[in-house]
Design a protein around this ligand. Sequence first.
Ligand SMILES: [Zn+2]
Length: 259
Amino acid sequence: MTRLDIPLIDCHTHIGHLPGVVGEAFTPEDLCYILDQQGASFMLVSSASATTIGQAYGTAEAVEMVKKYGDRLGGMWWINPHDPAWQQDEQTAVEYGFRGIKIHPVLDHYAVEQAALEPIFACARQHGWPILTHTDNDGTSMSAARYEPLIRAFPDVPLILAHLRTEAITLARRYDNVFLDTTYMEPYIVEVGVAALGADKILFGSDAAEGFDVGRAPTRPRPPRSYAGLVDGLRQRGISDADLEKICYQNARTLFGLP
Ligand SMILES: [Zn+2]
């Protein structure tokens, strides 16, 4: 296993029961194994059990994770706005020092509309939390462009539009509070993003532990990935070391207020 040669904060990782195959679940220990083996610094982590089982269950998993490993794994509160009781976890997320909010309109089945998400953005504003969202393919009811009214209404809430879609690049050009992440994007798309936006707007994300070596056979095999391999892919696109440092850790450190 090649180890990283620069610090790395992964802004987009998951524990819990993943959608797709029953029994595929990752633990905080799996993520710590990746950090240790690959030489990464920190992960921002939400529990996918919030969508496969229920929000309260996912929040509880993330709390247990933060209690044990909060210096390496930062809690992201996965909110499902369909859940009539979603706000009941708010004080818990504050108490355990969660770092931000994760939403996933595709997995939780809702269109991105201002009325639907305004309470979540207001909650993020109140606690100074960035929001990380899964961004669906351009042109759908869950795509990046649908967030524009919320971006304008909450200019003080940093919004990370995961997966570097084309619609997201145009929003990040126009709005100071919009960022993108590299999760599951080909290196040439990241090159396009850096050319269009500069490196200040892009954060490294991966959806780990999917595809990463966690020291045991996964329930659902995925194409193998590693941090060194992903970073090397970006280098091969000509992204400079100075830009890589912003993408790989400086931007996340600033946005999430990490030491
Ligand atoms: Zn994800």
